[in-house]
Design a protein around this ligand. Structure first.
Ligand SMILES: NC(=O)c1ccc[n+]([C@@H]2O[C@H](COP(=O)([O-])OP(=O)(O)OC[C@H]3O[C@@H](n4cnc5c(N)ncnc54)[C@H](O)[C@@H]3O)[C@@H](O)[C@H]2O)c1
Length: 292
């Protein structure tokens, strides 16, 4: 199946960049959210990323400076921000990127089932929820698939393609093909809480979160020790701020519930910050202050 037009639902931390990835592969994409301010923020993110990428091409001498503005506009013109499903009547592939809560996913998939053509594939960017359960909200579970990007979506190449109980082999193949069309690397995953990457990352981060709670060491010192040692480009506390503390906390709780306290841990200060509405970079404050 060829994807002539795509859509992304949810223009938050992930959605804006996912739309940018699709547009920069030359495919028109609709970006939907529930409030114009989130749509605008998603479009702004797409602009920022595109300008950065085109700027790099100019620096490397691969593009004339005089062509840069047109190139940026060419990509951004392919993204249509919207608050409605009006433009979803001819989409071939939809990626849902709304908050990690089953009730919100169900509401969105029910709406998508009603507003997209029957052949359209409905994909979820969920970090670890059951694809089969998400698909229950639709009349086409064979066309529902997990399509899990990693933050930052414009940079990270991997996409986990997750097979639900009823996902057809045609859908799995079409999703893998679409991942390649947008210049990403698909890996096929069976359905289980956290899939592959978040199980590995989550168990690693859990030990550090547990140690911080037990020792009371400054989170910034821990992050610095990790980056100074060259173990990762950023420490787990800064990374959680960037990916969103609400999302990270939900994933951590789901992993702990699925695999037990021995293997996964929920960090106490992260719980406190989320309860206070401090979700990291997207709200301006988390473990760190962020100048938004
Ligand atoms: N943040 C990450 O690093 C990351 C990485 C991979 C996957 N994910 C997954 O991607 C999904 C989105 O995460 P995020 O971090 O972008 O969340 P986010 O909170 O930053 O953004 C979610 C967006 O969805 C919008 N939204 C809520 N209800 C909606 C609806 N009914 N219709 C349209 N839009 C709606 C919100 O207004 C918000 O802009 C989650 O399932 C998450 O687990 C997140």
């Amino acid at each position: 199946m060829f994807v002539f037009k795509a859509a992304v639902v949810g223009a938050g931390t992930m959605g804006g960049e996912i739309a940018q990835v699709i547009a920069s592969a030359g495919i028109p994409v609709v970006l939907k959210d529930v409030d114009q301010k989130f749509v605008d923020a998603g479009l702004e993110k797409a602009r920022e990323v595109t300008q950065g990428q085109i700027g790099k091409l100019v620096k490397k001498g691969k593009l004339e400076e005089s062509q840069a503005a047109d190139k940026v506009a060419e990509t951004l013109d392919l993204i249509t921000g919207t608050l409605s499903y009006e433009d979803f009547g001819d989409v071939d592939f939809v990626i849902e990127a709304v908050p990690e809560k089953m009730e919100i996913k169900h509401a969105v998939f029910e709406e998508l089932d009603a507003s997209t053509p029957g052949h359209a594939i409905l994909a979820s960017n969920t970090s670890g929820l059951s694809i089969s359960e998400i698909a229950d909200a639709t009349s086409r579970p064979d066309k529902v698939v997990g399509f899990h990007f990693f933050w930052p979506a414009s940079y990270m190449r991997l996409i986990e393609v997750i097979e639900g109980e009823e996902t057809s082999s045609e859908t799995m193949q079409a999703a893998a093909n679409f991942a390649q069309a947008i210049k990403k690397m698909p890996v096929r995953c069976a359905e289980c809480p956290g899939f592959v990457v978040n199980r590995i990352l989550g168990s690693l981060a859990s030990e550090i979160w547990r140690y911080q709670d037990e020792s009371g060491l400054d989170v910034k010192d821990i992050d610095k020790a990790i980056t100074d040692a060259g173990l990762a480009p950023m420490g787990p506390f800064f990374l959680s701020d960037m990916t969103g503390l609400d999302t990270t906390l939900k994933v951590a709780k789901d992993l702990k519930a699925a695999y037990g306290d021995e293997r996964f841990y929920v960090h106490s200060t992260m719980e406190q910050l989320v309860a206070e509405g401090n979700l990291g970079q997207k709200t301006g404050k988390g473990f760190y202050e962020h100048g938004n």
